[in-house]
Design a protein around this ligand. Structure first.
Ligand SMILES: *[C@@H]1O[C@H](CO)[C@@H](O)[C@H](O)[C@H]1NC(C)=O
Ligand SMILES: *[C@@H]1O[C@H](CO)[C@@H](O)[C@H](O)[C@H]1NC(C)=O
Ligand SMILES: *[C@@H]1O[C@H](CO)[C@@H](O)[C@H](O)[C@H]1NC(C)=O
Ligand SMILES: *[C@@H]1O[C@H](CO)[C@@H](O)[C@H](O)[C@H]1NC(C)=O
Ligand SMILES: *[C@@H]1O[C@H](CO)[C@@H](O)[C@H](O)[C@H]1NC(C)=O
Ligand SMILES: *[C@@H]1O[C@H](CO)[C@@H](O)[C@H](O)[C@H]1NC(C)=O
Length: 437
């Protein structure tokens, strides 16, 4: 390694590491006295020489409390990877615009989990034109995402998650034509997701969760035909979700929990044949469970809890071979819950239908099993099986449960309590009213 480069490496590591004797102990870090955090490659000059191509620091060995990024990085013109984890912990460090802009050989920059790394993202970042991976997750960065980031034509992964970035996603993001992973989760980003995300032709994963995005999803999102994961959860995104999203033909994970979508379950979900996980908890969804859900043969998890869904539970849901988690709790579903017994046994507690006051079951087989309490459902009034007042989970409903409207509960009671008398007279009144009509 050339003298200038070696000196540069000593200066860079000296500015980071607590161990001040590093240079003495590793006078030839590429060959005779190697160190796991530094990698070198042989250049193609004559005679061949080593060059530093990778520096990886933290969490072990520890950085010093006054650790900084030295300008001497500029003396390492062959550096391709710089990764610093859990290093800048107390004394504030910012991303120097001049330093970053000059690291033109970098392909992989990961400064992750550095609570004292604060300040804004300098627009000069975009000058690192060979950068393929930019991960600045779990720092304390704030301010806006600079628009010229869209000029990073080699970028494959952009992870800015767990910071305090604000403002909107710049429209220019559509310029990242080689991007496969975009993670902006856990920031305070706002506004509408720009339609230009539809230009990210190679994107496979988009995580925008836990921000303050508003408005509806742009229809062009449906053009992302390589997208495998879309996480929009914990935002303020409203419906309707555009039907064009039926074009997401590779989509396996669609997560939109806790958004004020407030529409019916979008029809297009039944066309996403690769879906493994569909989660729309707490989205204000109304209307019925579409039968088309039963065509999603690869579905393993379906979460539609905490909505206002009405109508019955399609029995075909219980025939989905891979479905292993079904949460329909806290809705207004009603009618006969007649899922196959095999399905109920397979899911156990992972089948949750609690908090649907209108649900009942007419399958007398259920009650002899000691099934999950997440399934407590009364026998339907018209049930043909033996009527002993037991619920689906084989447990007696307690007094407060019995206070619910009489029409959901069995007519006959095993005990001669006053409750059974009231239930009987209540259903009698219901029948009587029917006769009157
Ligand atoms: C994030 O930024 C907001 C203002 O933009 C500020 O009030 C808040 O304290 C910041 N949070 C952190 C963890 O820095
Ligand atoms: C369902 O999963 C299986 C096994 O992973 C896979 O072979 C099949 O192609 C998937 N079906 C669809 C429609 O993607
Ligand atoms: C239910 O959803 C609402 C938003 O619709 C949310 O505020 C609330 O925390 C959710 N409740 C539970 C138990 O998840
Ligand atoms: C179903 O969702 C509710 C929130 O609506 C949650 O409290 C419950 O734990 C979930 N059930 C299961 C089995 O995960
Ligand atoms: C009871 O009524 C429900 C809803 O009307 C119906 O789907 C179910 O088939 C009936 N069960 C029996 C045993 O008649
Ligand atoms: C009875 O129901 C109430 C509310 O539904 C619940 O808090 C309580 O734990 C239940 N008691 C038993 C013995 O299940």
């Amino acid at each position: 390694m050339g003298k200038e480069e070696l000196l540069g490496l000593f200066e860079v590591l000296g500015a980071l590491l607590g161990d001040s004797s590093w240079a003495q102990e590793h006078p030839q870090p590429c060959d005779e006295t190697p160190w796991p955090g530094v990698q070198c490659e042989i250049g193609d000059e004559n005679p061949p020489m080593f060059h530093v191509t990778k520096i990886h620091i933290g969490p072990d060995p520890a950085c010093k409390s006054s650790a900084t990024l030295s300008e001497s990085l500029l003396k390492l013109p062959y550096l391709k990877t710089l990764s610093i984890f859990n290093c800048f912990l107390t004394s504030p460090v910012t991303l120097s615009p001049t330093l970053l802009g000059a690291l033109s050989s970098l392909e992989h920059l990961a400064l992750v989990s550095n609570p004292a790394l604060s300040g804004e993202l300098p627009p000069s970042l975009a000058k690192i034109s060979n950068l393929r991976v930019l991960s600045l997750s779990q720092n304390n960065l704030l301010g806006k995402i600079p628009g010229n980031i869209g000029g990073m034509v080699s970028l494959e992964q952009l992870d800015l998650s767990y910071n305090n970035l604000s403002g909107q996603i710049p429209v220019e993001i559509g310029g990242l034509r080689t991007l496969s992973i975009l993670d902006l989760s856990w920031n305070v980003l706002e506004g509408q997701v720009p339609g230009s995300v539809g230009q990210l032709q190679l994107i496979q994963k988009i995580d925008l969760s836990s921000n303050r995005f508003t408005g509806s999803m742009p229809p062009d999102t449906g053009k992302l035909n390589k997208l495998v994961l879309l996480d929009l959860s914990h935002n303020l995104i409203n419906g309707p979700i555009p039907e064009t999203l039926s074009g997401l033909e590779q989509l396996q994970y669609l997560v939109a929990d806790n958004n004020p979508i407030n529409t019916e379950i979008p029809q297009f979900v039944g066309k996403l044949m690769k879906l493994k996980s569909l989660s729309f908890s707490g989205c204000g969804l109304t209307g019925p469970l579409p039968n088309s859900l039963s065509s999603l043969k690869n579905l393993t998890a379906l979460s539609l809890d905490n909505n206002s869904l009405t109508g019955t539970v399609p029995p075909d849901l219980g025939t989905l071979p891979s479905l292993n988690q079904l949460n329909l709790s806290n809705n207004q579903l009603s009618g006969d819950l007649s899922l196959p017994e095999e399905f109920i046994e397979r899911l156990g507690k992972r089948l949750d239908v609690r908090g649907n006051n209108g649900l009942c079951t007419s399958n007398p087989l259920y009650k002899k099993k000691s099934i999950s309490t997440n399934l407590i459902t009364p026998l339907c009034l018209n049930a043909s099986g033996p009527r002993d007042g037991k619920t689906l989970a084989g447990e007696h409903p307690n007094e407060s449960d019995r206070m619910k409207p009489c029409s959901q509960y069995p007519v006959q009671k095993s005990s001669g309590s006053s409750w059974s008398y009231e239930l009987n007279s209540c259903s009698f009144v219901v029948c009587f009213l029917y006769l009157m009509l």
